[in-house]
Write a protein that binds this ligand. Structure first.
Ligand SMILES: Nc1nc2c(ncn2[C@@H]2O[C@H](COP(=O)(O)OP(=O)(O)O)[C@@H](O)[C@H]2O)c(=O)[nH]1
Ligand SMILES: [Mg+2]
Length: 302
């Protein structure tokens, strides 16, 4: 299935299957798709980050609809640190993504660590860009620890905040104020939003700050215009090309490390038994044998 033409990435079912492979075996997906991978930026990758509950998923589902009605093909990747077993926010993200227009695509991805973007998400991004989406919206949580991984993969980062963030404000000051290109105070239907808006404006100064109500669809087209303006600035600076070079480096590096890690663990479990406890002198020899076998398996591999 994977070896067929790149055009099949346009088929939802095929795309889902390939994304499932990409999630468990990044290197395999990349090698089989190498002919289809983009040679220059094709999608606008928009990172949407901010504390839990500010309305990121709601906003993404609105942005999908708006952009889609303008004629763009849109995909969304919802990265979530809660376990796939307990459901939690992943389910919440999905619930806000029902009844999406045809030709749009949304997928949840589990992350074990909320400070970075997992390899499976970066690989999925590469696959979605190969599939030719105009916009790829990536949701990541930015609570507690600020997720700086989103910076590595996004052309434009939108930080979403809301009124009544309380303790989160300190976190915001520490990190979120540096990673955003655009700041959104969501839930502007609540009167207290004005206070948060003035506060954020005083902190970021020269970056765009917008008041939006995702729930009541207010100011979304203004947000989209601001995103497009920021994208144009990036194009001029060829920053988007650099981002993709970095992304591919990251993919190769992380995939190789993962492979190496797996091989070392497998060989180690075969090679080291009780004899090493009884005869520590054998360590040099055991290590040499391990290195040879691992090297052979790497060379024989894909
Ligand atoms: N009043 C109000 N509530 C909103 C708005 N946007 C989202 N919400 C609500 O905020 C809650 C969290 O939204 P969600 O999109 O799951 O937030 P996320 O955790 O940042 O993805 C939900 O109950 C939404 O209905 C808004 O513009 N105004
Ligand atoms: Mg969410």
């Amino acid at each position: 299935m994977l070896s067929r033409s790149c055009a099949e990435l346009g088929d939802r079912a095929t795309l889902s299957k390939i994304l499932s492979i990409a999630e468990v075996n990044s290197l395999k997906a990349l090698i089989t798709l190498s002919n289809c991978l983009v040679r220059e930026p094709r999608s606008a990758v928009i990172g949407i980050t901010g504390p839990q509950g500010v309305g990121k998923s709601t906003m993404i589902s609105c942005l999908i609809r708006e952009l889609s009605s303008e004629g763009y093909r849109v995909a969304a990747l919802l990265v979530d640190p809660s376990s796939p077993l307990t459901g939690g926010a992943v389910l919440g993200n999905r619930l806000r993504m029902t009844d999406l227009p045809r030709d749009t695509f949304a997928r949840s991805i589990w992350a074990e660590d909320e400070r970075s973007i997992p390899l499976r998400a970066v690989t999925s991004l590469e696959v979605l860009e190969s599939a030719g989406y105009d916009f790829i919206l990536v949701e990541t949580p930015g609570a507690g620890q600020v997720n700086t991984g989103i910076l590595r993969v996004s052309d434009v980062v939108v930080v979403v905040l809301m009124p009544f963030l309380g303790d989160e404000v300190q976190v915001i000051k520490a990190g979120l104020m540096e990673i955003g290109d655009i700041y959104v105070v969501n839930k502007a239907d609540v009167p207290e939003a004005d206070l948060m808006y003035s506060y954020v404006k005083s902190l970021v100064k020269d970056k765009p700050v917008l008041k939006v109500s995702a729930l009541y669809r207010k100011n979304l087209s203004e947000l989209i215009e601001t995103i497009k303006t920021e994208l144009k600035k990036r194009d001029l600076k060829s920053a988007r090309v650099r981002k993709r070079v970095e992304r591919r480096k990251y993919l190769v590096e992380e995939s190789l490390l993962e492979l190496l890690h797996q091989l070392v663990r497998e060989e180690l479990s075969l090679a080291i038994g009780e004899e090493l406890l009884k005869n520590p002198n054998a360590l040099t020899e055991v290590l040499r044998g391990l290195k040879t076998r691992i090297a052979n398996r790497i060379v024989e591999g894909p």
